[in-house]
Ligand binder design. Structure first.
Ligand code: MLC
Length: 418
């Protein structure tokens, strides 16, 4: 009998609380991993793969090996083998991790792979946070002032402002829009929508970047479980629970029970680690990553009903709108302004089907974790469980993670199972 064609699916996901939690990154990773296993109905012993992204607050040599050892996945004692990998593509890490896990399932015949991220950058005192964050982004040739990351993005924002396709207000409107979205999500850090004046009058961090336009620092962990549909169908089929009336059902968790979410395609591309002295289009990589993802999924932007776009700073979100085909090249500023007015006095989730959790600017940003929130929110939207912010009829969704200062892009396209 030929085996039915297997698809790669996200069969579980989970996250910790967000905030200033006073817990280590490893503790947050472990909690998120346990929650994601529960939502799949799997146990630690069912995993034969683990991908982790490193943390800034509590870094470990070979983070994924460290975590796998802590949770008892290593040393491996059962049949077969376990593969464990640390992926460092900055904030793109969770989406790179999802694509790596999908390859592990497809090409290396893994049955179930966890992708885990966690960090505690809010619990780090600001001078220590900045010393560590600046160290990674300080270019000896073009020394960015501290805080280096906001200044790096600011250089790109200023370059776009000089081109005349964007206004300072349109940049600030991105933060307002994200705060309006976050106000509808029960776990988001930002509870109340900002006004445009709140954003424009908040503390100046760099020439065209104010405090409310910076990724909102937080502690938190998040994880997903990626598995082959064959494994979920066949292996879990053996793990039957008999009820009193003799009916058997698999011990699947709530996400896996509805078939999980299908990983249709993905793409990655890289740019330089620091913005070059002369900024031009060659430093950006989201366009190439998105094109690969669309090509692999054999879809066009209009085939998607929801987008999770990286928004560590407004300029990243604005560029993503164009790179992912939400709006044509050169029109993102005007598009954001139109959305700003459209959502000004109440709106339905379907009016603005992007970052319905509030993104890095308003949901919360534990360093390299936040792209996992894009993935998790995509799953909630695809499952129809985004209570109070559900976009109608989401069948396919795109998630984008960005690392460094536009230094790495990872894009994945997810879908409901057919
Ligand atoms: C901060 N606050 C916000 C906010 N940002 N509130 C709402 N929305 C936002 N976006 C709040 C804080 O919660 C805090 O509230 C108060 O404002 C002061 O913030 P702070 O962070 O405590 O201030 P400070 O210590 O002075 O530091 C300011 C800062 C820092 C700008 C230097 O916040 C910072 O560096 N932020 C950016 C982090 C960052 O760059 N992350 C990586 C993005 S790049 P309260 O109530 O506690 O006083 C990326 C790619 C990659 O994602 O690879 O990583």
């Amino acid at each position: 009998m030929p085996q039915p064609v297997s698809t790669v699916r996200i069969v579980g996901y989970g996250m910790t609380a967000l905030g200033k939690l006073g817990r280590s990154a490893s503790e947050l990773m472990r909690e998120a991993l346990q929650k994601s296993l529960r939502s799949a109905g799997l146990q630690m012993k069912d995993l034969d793969g683990l991908v982790a992204v490193p943390s800034l607050s509590h870094p470990h040599f070979m983070e994924a090996h460290y975590l796998a050892t802590q949770v008892g996945l290593l040393p491996h004692r059962g049949p077969g083998s376990v593969r464990v990998r640390t992926i460092d593509t900055g904030g793109a890490g969770p989406v790179s991790g999802l694509l790596e896990a999908a390859r592990m399932v497809k090409d290396e015949r893994c049955q179930a792979v966890a992708v885990v991220a966690g960090d505690a950058v809010s619990s780090l005192a600001t001078p220590e946070f900045l010393a560590r964050a600046d160290q990674g982004c300080r270019d000896p040739e073009n020394s960015l002032p501290s805080p280096c990351i906001p200044h790096g993005y600011d250089q790109v924002a200023q370059w776009q402002l000089r081109q005349g396709l964007l206004s300072r207000e349109q940049l600030a409107m991105v933060s307002v829009l994200m705060s309006r979205q976050a106000a509808k999500h029960p776990l988001a850090l930002t509870r109340k929508a900002h006004s445009l004046e709140d954003v424009l009058r908040s503390r100046k961090i760099a020439p065209a970047t104010n405090l409310l336009e910076c990724a909102r620092r937080a502690d938190g962990g998040a994880a997903i479980i990626v598995a082959s549909s064959n494994f979920m169908d066949e292996y879990m089929g053996h793990d039957l629970v008999s009820s009193e009336d003799g009916v058997s059902s698999a011990r699947l968790g709530p996400v896996a029970a509805t078939g999980g979410l299908v990983v249709l395609g993905g793409g990655e591309a890289s740019g330089p680690l620091y913005p070059p002295e002369e900024i031009d289009e060659s430093m950006f990589s989201c366009e190439a990553a998105a094109a690969s993802a669309f090509s692999e999924a054999q879809l066009l932007p209009e085939d998607l009903q929801w987008f999770g776009l990286y928004d560590c700073y407004p300029i990243c979100f604005l560029r993503a709108l164009e790179a992912c085909g939400v709006t044509p090249k050169g029109t993102a500023g005007a598009w954001v302004e139109e959305m700003f007015w459209k959502t000004e006095s109440g709106y339905d989730a379907g009016d603005f089907p992007i970052n319905t959790h509030g993104g890095l600017l308003a949901f919360g940003a534990p360093w390299e974790v936040p792209a996992m929130y894009n993935i998790i929110e995509a799953c909630e939207q695809l499952r129809g469980t985004a209570t109070g912010r559900q976009v109608p009829s989401v069948r396919r969704a795109l998630v984008y993670g960005n690392g460094g200062i536009f230094s790495h892009s990872a894009v994945a396209i997810l879908a409901q199972p057919v």
